[in-house]
Write a protein that binds this ligand. Structure first.
Ligand SMILES: [Zn+2]
Length: 144
């Protein structure tokens, strides 16, 4: 296991977070509300930084946690959509954010953060043959 609790930003945050911010605490995942209303962080309960570090039990329970938290966000926030964003830098837990996207947020979000990401995506896919070759490698790896 990489790192210890004293060095872990998520363990430190978890020790300070109030119980009323906890949306759901399962054996493998914790979902908690962040300081931004409607934004929910879901993190593993143990250290393991990346998706490839997840145990079969964690992968088997992640989908239900995401679906239930997303449903809750849509219901509570009247969100049109729920984005799922995970970068994973500077944390010892695999984690991601669920972010409500409101009908009125479309222009703001899509024209800034998401648009920037999509711009990078378009640059990367400009070379279709490279993208196709990479896709084939990913497909083969996924099925191996
Ligand atoms: Zn930790």
């Amino acid at each position: 296991m990489a790192g210890d609790t004293a060095d872990c930003a998520i363990c430190k945050m978890a020790s300070r977070i109030s119980e009323q911010r906890i949306i759901e605490r399962g054996e493998h995942w914790v979902a908690h509300a962040t300081n931004v209303p409607g934004w929910v962080m879901i993190a593993t309960t143990r250290h393991g930084e990346w998706s490839w570090d997840l145990t079969p039990e964690e992968t088997g329970t992640m989908g239900a946690m995401v679906a239930m938290a997303s449903h809750a966000i849509r219901q509570v926030c009247d969100a049109e959509r729920v984005y799922m964003i995970g970068l994973g830098e500077n944390a010892l837990h695999f984690h991601f954010l669920l972010i409500p996207r409101y009908a009125t947020d479309t222009e703001r979000l899509l024209d800034h953060a998401v648009h920037d990401a999509l711009g990078l995506l378009n640059e990367k896919t400009a070379n279709a043959s490279e993208a196709d070759a990479t896709a084939a490698k990913l497909r083969a790896s996924f099925r191996s």
